[in-house]
Design a protein around this ligand. Structure first.
Ligand code: SUG
Length: 445
């Protein structure tokens, strides 16, 4: 086994972070609609979490925000003329359209792609499939730039393999790593991949409160392409969890090392899948550890509002596991009590760290949504391009950059203001220098 470590690539919150209420089925996003956001605070909260993880001895990466408002999307829809004319015309036709092409939703990089480490894949490369995010227009426009960004950063084809996003249409949705987990003895050891889906793309679903986003056929495609099918297990999200607002499985479950930490109501059934995981783990020399949180300790509704499971379960340098949680999990009585018990017991979770991520949480994004996990060996890490693996000096530079370029208040109707486009491009242009990424954005080409 070649030793490897997990690197979290967090999404840097972009300058247009706002509450446009775009995500049906995401209760936080729907109920935050119309309130004032604070893009500067949002970006700062994310950077503080990254800094704290670095100080815990973990390796931290960052992925750049996408260009928003995204004028190429409006031009594709037939708006012509100067940038200002395009924005003004689109605003007249449909303010909602402008909200959609301005969303900072790409900050939730758990939805950027599904990543399989080289220890798992048949050809010994790290595999990436950008998520098509076809469930909602504002997210469906992310994958072309996500692909460009990942191909720029993980450019070395001796180590990295990139696939196209899954074709869209009907219900062939793929939401990336938010519905993907991995169990292994250590990060560098071969593991089992867990693919969680909400439906078949070809199934008729009637009278559901919220529709599932992830298709079984999409999950299966990824496992096949990544060369991990033999060691993959497919599980169906429960209808109850989806209808209660668990629009991604990472709202009700998280994996790390041999551990799957999940809510009792997360899956339609667990028995056959868990048996299969035990069977697959045996020749790999480990036993999966299933930590189920019963409904009687934490009601599903509390799990969803507190984001207990939308935490990062990380292995610290001393080998112990810690949870990186949103402050909401401390403020909710049932989850706080559960965590106190878990840490006092002899289970795998030894510490809980809480972070103020309220700006992102109000759009349904917790600590786990904000990061894409990439397991890399030393040689693979060395092959990462640009300055996206962070040290404290670059974090200082990013904080100063946020303070210089981000507004402290944004209302949905501010998205109709062409000045925001200029501010946003000025900021992103400076960012590509800080992160040493060259001419990454369309407006720079
Ligand atoms: O897709 N919210 C995101 C939140 C994604 C959270 N990610 C994970 N669970 N991994 C979503 O529902 C709202 C954006 C807006 O209204 O601008 C939004 O897209």
């Amino acid at each position: 086994m070649t030793p490897a470590k997990e690197i979290n690539f967090d999404g840097l919150v972009g300058p247009t972070h706002n509450y446009g209420g775009l995500s049906v089925g995401n209760v936080a996003s729907m109920s935050s609609y119309g309130s004032a956001s604070n893009p500067r605070a949002a970006a700062r909260q994310g950077l503080s979490k990254m800094r704290a993880l670095i100080r815990m001895g973990l390796t931290q990466g960052v992925l750049p925000p996408h260009e928003r408002p995204f004028l190429p999307a409006l031009r594709q829809l037939g708006f012509t003329g100067t940038d200002q004319a395009v924005i003004e015309a689109a605003a007249k036709v449909s303010p909602a359209l402008l909200y959609n092409i301005s969303s900072a939703s790409n900050m939730w990089t758990a939805n950027a792609a599904t990543v399989s480490p080289s220890a798992d894949s048949a050809d010994g490369k790290v595999h990436f499939t950008p998520a098509n995010l076809s469930a909602m227009y504002h997210r469906s426009i992310e994958h072309p730039f996500t692909a460009r960004s990942l191909q720029t950063i993980f450019a070395d084809d001796r180590h990295f393999a990139h696939h196209e996003a899954i074709p869209m249409g009907g219900a062939m949705g793929d939401e990336g790593a938010a519905n993907h987990g991995r169990l292994s003895a250590q990060h560098g050891a071969p593991g089992i991949e867990q693919f969680v889906y909400g439906r078949s793309a070809f199934e008729k679903l009637e009278s559901w409160r919220f529709l599932p986003r992830q298709a079984y056929e999409a999950s299966h495609t990824i496992a096949r392409r990544h060369g991990v099918l033999e060691t993959s297990v497919f599980m169906r999200q429960s209808r109850r969890a989806i209808e209660a607002g668990a629009f991604h499985n990472d709202v009700v479950g998280v994996t790390n090392g041999p551990v799957l930490f999940y809510h009792e109501a997360a899956y339609e059934e667990t028995g056959p899948a868990f048996d299969e995981m035990r069977r697959l783990a045996e020749p790999l020399g480990f036993e999966p550890i299933f930590v189920e949180v019963p409904e009687s300790d934490v009601p599903l509704e509390d799990a969803i509002t507190s984001y207990l499971f939308n935490s990062q379960l990380v292995t610290l340098p001393d080998g112990k596991m810690a949870l990186i949680l949103p402050g909401e999990a401390e403020a909710t009585e049932s989850t706080r009590r559960y965590l106190e018990g878990a840490m006092a017991g002899n289970g795998p979770i030894s510490a809980a760290h809480f972070f103020d991520l309220k700006q992102s949480m109000k759009n349904g994004g917790g600590p786990a949504c904000l990061r894409l996990r990439v397991v890399l060996t030393e040689a693979e890490e060395k092959a990462v391009a640009g300055g996206v693996i962070l040290g404290e000096a670059r974090l200082d530079a990013l904080e100063a950059w946020v303070d210089a370029h981000y507004r402290e208040e944004l209302l949905p109707n501010d998205l109709l203001d062409p000045q925001l486009l200029i501010e946003s491009r000025t900021a992103l242009d400076a960012l590509t220098q800080i992160l040493d990424l060259g001419a990454l954005y369309d407006f720079q080409r």
